[in-house]
Design a protein around this ligand. Structure first.
Ligand code: SF4
Ligand code: SF4
Length: 65
């Protein structure tokens, strides 16, 4: 898991899946995003930046000091 996606605040717009350059995110049958290919994420931040409702947080696997 590279992302925390708050499905309560998600409006199902699909922007995160559309703009992810690695095609990591897909939409399920209920128009909610999920990490389809989590190993392909390189933490670029595009999904977080493009979400109009600020529902996505990136979970970095390391601590930047
Ligand atoms: S951080 Fe970048 S590569 Fe990872 S899911 Fe978001 S948009 Fe895709
Ligand atoms: S961009 Fe945000 S509101 Fe739109 S589908 Fe993704 S998580 Fe939901």
């Amino acid at each position: 898991m590279n992302l925390s996606i708050d499905t309560e605040c998600c409006i199902g717009c699909g922007a995160c899946a559309q703009y992810c350059p690695g095609h990591v995110i897909a939409m399920d049958e209920e128009d909610r995003p999920y990490e389809k290919y989590p190993d392909d994420c390189w933490y670029c931040g595009v999904c977080q930046a493009e979400c109009p409702e600020n529902c996505i947080q990136i979970l970095f696997p390391y601590l930047v000091r």
